[in-house]
Design a protein around this ligand. Structure first.
Ligand SMILES: [Zn+2]
Length: 77
């Protein structure tokens, strides 16, 4: 920060006590909420899994957990 910049900063700060620079109050901090998870029973292995609501099928009873999906893929291969 050059001398002139600093003087301008102090001047602005004097005129506007809320002024804290370009990265101050004008910066909007967005916090992404934690993903909501639901406990779903896998239709193949019958184990309870915590699954992000976003990745649930419309019919949760048809849910197949990742482990079983991998097993199915391995069987097919
Ligand atoms: Zn499973």
């Amino acid at each position: 920060m050059g001398r002139n910049d600093r003087e301008r900063f102090l001047q602005l700060q004097k005129e506007n006590p809320d002024y804290v620079g370009f990265r101050g109050n004008n910066t909007v901090v967005t916090r992404t909420p934690p993903p909501t998870t639901e406990t779903v029973v896998c239709s193949v292995c019958q184990r309870k899994r915590n699954v992000a609501s976003d990745s649930l099928p419309e019919d949760v009873r048809s849910y197949v957990c990742l482990q079983c999906q991998e097993d199915a893929a391995n069987d097919a291969g």
